[in-house]
Design a protein around this ligand. Structure first.
Ligand SMILES: Nc1ncnc2c1ncn2[C@@H]1O[C@H](COP(=O)(O)OP(=O)(O)OP(=O)(O)O)[C@@H](O)[C@H]1O
Ligand SMILES: [Mg+2]
Length: 347
């Protein structure tokens, strides 16, 4: 009798689609445990967050049928634990009138270059002919205005905030509304209220794409935001180290929880390019983002090098893709933006 392995079972479960989606149940992170007895009896525990009773019933039927077709398998038991979501999932969230596509840039932790990626991605999408808005939703440490060199205060029309325009981008940030350092009031429920109001209180006008720089992490504030607006996709920024990848995984789970499509992973600070000799060095062990992307079945959108000018231009308020469009990082951002555009136009 051939021995069944957990991997083999996982492969079979990958043929089972989440009802109504093109993604499979393994990809959605539903598999909680797989146990196999000596007689090849298999018990699979799946966890599904849904309010619709048909969804777990269909997954159970499909998974059982798929497993039963496997040669040499004994008794098959598929158990489903149903979690009722506390708030409605993203597809029911309202869109923003006039805005065609909305994407959010997230990371499991701070300092991985999320804002740098959001700003350069937005600027590159604009270079590609899109009308682009950039919303800095990072109320803990808004940095987009600094990276774009914006100090103007937004005006108000019809009780909504008018975005500030820079380099052809429309931009709004909490930093433009807060005088000095005022983060102390943004705690707990206040944060969620603020984010919810903020995200729908801007006169974006007609936009092809709105890019949202989320606060780092995967807590309630982030979850609240991804549920407040109907997102067309999420981009995860990570560095190549294992520890950062673990947090990237949490970022992906956050999007999966609310059924937001993960467009892919961007590995930032992927490798080092010496400013003097342009030699390349894999300081953090390049390639982790790619391995993780393959493992999770999501695209690797690109690898952005650690490049001193990225920070220098960021500090000057001029995104590198505008300052030095031929540079290696600008070309890497271009590849990311082109892929993102293809993916959102398809969806
Ligand atoms: N690829 C890169 N090469 C060089 N410097 C970079 C790169 N990416 C980001 N930086 C620099 O690293 C610092 C942190 O980047 P950034 O603010 O974009 O990260 P973040 O993830 O948004 O951080 P936070 O969690 O604080 O919001 C900045 O000074 C930025 O200029
Ligand atoms: Mg940031």
């Amino acid at each position: 009798m051939a021995t069944l392995t957990e991997n083999r079972i996982r492969e079979i479960l990958q043929t089972v689609k989440f009802p109504g989606y093109s993604r499979d149940i393994v990809n959605f992170g539903l598999v909680k445990s797989i146990s196999i007895t000596g007689k090849n009896d298999v018990t699979v525990v799946l966890q599904v967050a849904t309010r619709d009773a048909n969804v777990p019933a269909q997954i159970e039927r499909d998974a059982t049928a798929a497993l039963r077709q496997c040669d040499g398998i004994g008794q098959v038991k598929v158990q489903i634990a149903i979690e009722t979501p506390t708030t409605s999932p993203a597809p029911t969230a309202p869109g923003i009138p006039g805005v065609k596509k909305i994407i959010a840039v997230a990371s499991g932790k701070g300092g991985v270059g999320k804002s740098t990626v959001a700003v350069n991605l937005a600027a590159t999408l604009h270079q590609l002919g899109q009308s682009v808005g950039l919303m800095d939703a990072d109320i803990y440490g808004p940095s987009v205005p600094k990276m774009l060199g914006v100090i103007d205060k937004p005006t108000v029309t019809d009780e909504k905030l008018d975005p500030v325009e820079k380099f052809g981008l429309k931009m709004m940030s909490m930093a433009l509304l807060i005088e000095g350092d005022a983060p102390i009031i943004w705690r707990g429920p206040m944060i969620m209220k603020a984010i919810q109001q903020f995200s729908h209180a801007v006169n974006w006008g007609a936009l092809d794409v709105l890019v949202i720089d989320l606060p780092p992490g995967t807590g309630d504030a982030q979850l609240s935001l991804v549920q407040t607006i109907a997102l067309d996709g999420g981009v995860i920024v990570t560095t190549p180290q294992d520890v950062a990848l673990e947090v990237a995984r949490r970022g992906m789970q956050m999007f999966e929880k609310v059924n937001v499509k993960i467009l892919g992973i961007i590995e930032n600070m992927s490798y080092y390019v010496c400013p003097h000799c342009r030699q390349r060095d894999d300081v953090f062990g390049h390639g982790g983002g790619g391995t993780e992307a393959t493992k999770r079945g999501v695209p690797l959108l690109g690898e952005i090098p650690l490049f001193t000018e990225i920070r220098e231009y960021g500090d000057k308020g001029l995104p590198i893709v505008l300052a030095s469009p031929e540079s290696e990082p600008a070309q890497a951002f271009l590849r990311c933006a082109e892929t993102v555009l293809q993916l959102i136009q398809k969806s």
